[in-house]
Ligand binder design. Sequence first.
Ligand SMILES: [Zn+2]
Ligand SMILES: [Zn+2]
Ligand SMILES: [Zn+2]
Length: 99
Amino acid sequence: MSTSFQLNERASEIRWSKGSCGVSGCADPECVCALCAQPIGISEDDPRWEGHDRESCGWCELCEDEVPIMLFRGEGKAMLQAAFHQKCFERLLAPGGAA
Ligand SMILES: [Zn+2]
Ligand SMILES: [Zn+2]
Ligand SMILES: [Zn+2]
């Protein structure tokens, strides 16, 4: 994975985890956003999915939240990962950490 991006000082707030279960909207501490600690994605039975066709939807806020940005550090068994909402990850890249 390339590290061509530069994280700002908010990178110190990242909570690294050993890995998530991959279930959308999971509130487990290992699965939530590494920055804001909120679940990533929306669970399958959320009413907001009603009337939403993921196949035909190009990109909306619901779909965007489904796709976390992943960072990894370390190797092998010591590898840690961090998942972020797209918006949270942008805060790590913004100059000065501005939201
Ligand atoms: Zn989970
Ligand atoms: Zn977040
Ligand atoms: Zn959508």
